[in-house]
Write a protein that binds this ligand. Structure first.
Ligand code: DMJ
Length: 633
């Protein structure tokens, strides 16, 4: 897609967090000011100039002070590490009260059930109820199903999660008051509703909203944004919106059409979204629609059993991309959580068998570097291809994530998965981990044909969350230390940009004498509303109770609202995170903004550890929670 021209941009209006729209066109602002200036008399103009001169002289020291603050050197005038400035929040208040929601220990209850429909809220005390009501104003109870995401009953809920006994450090660094956090929670719900409004008004039933052109993109033609958003709406308690979407799924959604879909994308977004919504709601409609899984199975009919990237779900045919017989490693190894769960629910072993075969083969393959995998695998011979590049970013990222998460999903009973995960993390430490200059940010670079490159995709920011999840499940404590270091780095990828939003890719400086830690190439300055950093903030906050992670998330949410909100509805990807005056909107709202980014932000601010407990659920790579298997507990 071509970015809109500057002329297109003059008709665009983006709204700030306060809700007011503005026309951000420089041309419009210039013309309007000039007209007003010309309407003044000569005397009026001279008076204004004199006043401006006096004000300028008087405020010079304050302005220079402010500018020094913006370039924000921690150590010297050139340094760029910005401190946390929660712009949209009221005056920070010191937190003395322990928060009631965190634990560092995984404590499992003894019972588990089928899709949990018990009304947890009726069983829980009133204290958290009233807090929730204040925050959301939307809580409802209906029979046994709660509209605040009735995902676990009290008996099943994680125990010992109510105070910070296990976390002496918890809450000491957070600067934000309870009231401010409640306002972040409200803000993220408003952000969702504004996104939904755009989708509903201009793209209903289609894959993605184009908020500026007030139209839509079709990718698979399967209502991608709507399906990706279902469980987010449930978790946020948006009953009306959820019901409208559900009725579309019941009456309009059909997979009986000749359309090519990407196996990975449709698995994580559609199959994952439907399975998760089934579990949260207990509504059989969503399990029924999860039959898309059977339509994706032809992808596995390859000579090697490594699946093709594309399937025609109507015709039952599959093929690789036109230019190659390779598949992407991350794609073929990040569909397992969903297919395994489908087998468990349908009692049809073929789904699990197909994806387990992929894992078995990848486990045995040569061509890894200390557990790190190349980016491509051939569907004919089942071997890695284009070897020599090792990254935790695009095309490899979720391979690592799914090693750990499958191990958790299956009750930590599959040693090969754990072995591969632990080896890979050691491989990361040995080959990819470095510190930047001048401030020593820990980052994960890449190896390209034996050479280290200090390049890091925003996609890599899933890693702090995954490392923290592993540590929470009993893996080495130094994984948590690394998670915290990388979390700081991912936050700085936002904080050091002029818009406060991260670019797609950064390069870290490693030379002594560098004046800034992070460089961004011209072609990498876009932001697609991606979730990885806020995803990791959610995990880090749940496991440490450190409020600074909420503060960082709140700041990021504010900047999404400042630079990507489109007043008529929806949010847009932008081309340039380094230009706050002209971020250059792309006219596309990715489905993962609603499916992942806003869900993780909501859970980050929610302060309720039972709202999708991380001891009961494992999130797929599109943020759709699937249950940890009952036999596991
Ligand atoms: C999502 O589809 C998933 O999170 C995937 O794992 C990576 N890309 C996007 C979000 O960035």
């Amino acid at each position: 897609m071509h970015p809109p021209s500057r002329q297109d941009y003059t008709s665009v209006s983006l709204a700030g967090p306060g809700g007011g729209s503005y026309n951000n066109s420089k041309q419009w602002r210039r013309q309007s000011c000039w007209r007003k200036w010309k309407q003044l008399s000569r005397l009026q103009r001279s008076l204004i100039l004199v006043i401006l001169f006096i004000c300028g002289v008087a405020s010079y020291p304050a302005v220079t002070e402010h500018l020094r603050g913006r370039s924000g050197g921690v150590a010297d005038g050139n340094s760029v590490l910005r401190t946390v400035v929660p712009h949209m929040l009221p005056e920070p208040v010191r937190q003395d009260q322990p928060s009631p929601e965190h634990t560092s220990q995984r404590k499992l209850s003894k019972k588990r059930g089928p899709p949990a429909l018990q009304n947890r809220l009726q069983k829980k005390g009133n204290a958290s109820d009233s807090e929730d009501k204040a925050a959301h104003g939307r809580k409802e109870q209906e029979g046994v199903i709660s509209w605040r995401g009735a995902v676990v009953d009290t008996e099943q809920a994680t125990e010992g999660h109510r105070d910070n006994e296990d976390h002496p450090a918890a809450n000491r660094t957070g600067k934000t008051s309870n009231k401010s956090r409640a306002s972040c929670l409200e803000a993220v719900q408003e952000t969702f509703l504004h996104s939904w409004k755009g989708y509903k008004d201009f793209a209903w039933g289609h894959d993605e909203l184009r908020p500026l052109s007030k139209s839509y993109n079709e990718w698979f033609g399967l209502g991608l944004t709507l399906i990706d958003s279902l469980d987010t709406m449930w978790i946020m308690g948006l009953k009306k919106e959820f019901e409208e979407a559900k009725s579309w799924v019941a009456t309009e959604l059909t997979f009986n059409k000749s359309v090519d879909v990407n196996l990975f994308e449709s698995t994580i977004r559609i199959l994952g979204g439907l399975l998760s919504t089934y579990h949260l709601t207990g509504d059989a409609l969503f399990l029924d629609r999860a039959d898309i899984g059977s339509r994706l199975m032809p992808a596995f009919n390859t000579p090697s059993k490594i699946p093709y990237s594309d399937v025609n779900i109507g015709r039952g045919t599959a093929h690789p991309p036109r230019w190659t017989s390779d598949s992407t490693v991350a794609e073929v190894t990040s569909i397992q959580l969903e297919f395994r769960e489908l087998s468990r629910l349908t009692q049809e072993p073929r789904y699990q068998a197909a994806v387990a075969e992929v894992m078995k083969q990848v486990h045995k393959l040569g061509g890894k570097l200390d557990g790190l995998v190349p980016m491509f695998i051939n569907t004919n011979n089942g071997q890695f291809t284009h070897q020599g590049i090792y990254t935790l970013g695009a095309r490899a990222d979720s391979y690592y994530e799914y090693l750990l998460k499958q191990w958790i999903q299956g009750g930590r009973t599959e040693p090969q998965l754990l072995e591969d995960y632990l080896q890979a993390i050691e491989g990361v430490k040995k080959n990819l981990l470095h510190k930047s200059s001048p401030h020593g940010l820990t980052f994960v670079g890449e190896i390209s044909h034996g050479q280290f490159s200090p390049k890091m995709d925003h996609l890599v920011c899933f890693l702090p969350g995954t490392l923290a999840l592993g540590a929470h499940n009993g893996l080495p404590a130094d994984h948590m230390d690394l998670a915290k270091e990388l979390m700081e780095t991912c936050y700085q990828m936002y904080a050091q940009m002029e818009t406060g939003l991260s670019p797609e890719i950064v390069h870290f400086n490693m030379h002594q004498g560098s004046t800034r830690d992070i460089d961004v190439k011209l072609a990498d300055r876009h932001n697609l509303l991606r979730p990885e950093t806020v995803e990791s903030l959610f995990y880090l906050y749940r496991f440490t109770g450190d409020r600074k992670y909420q503060d960082w998330g709140c700041e990021i949410l504010q900047n999404f609202n400042k630079y990507t909100k489109v007043s008529s509805g929806g949010y847009t990807s932008i081309n340039n995170v380094r230009d706050p005056d002209y971020p250059s909107p792309r006219d596309k709202m990715e489905s993962f903004f609603l499916g992942e980014t806003l869900k993780y932000l909501y859970l980050l601010f929610s302060d309720d550890p039972d709202l999708v407990s991380l001891d009961r659920y494992v999130f797929n790579t599109e943020a759709h929670p699937l249950p940890v298997w009952p036999s596991a507990v």
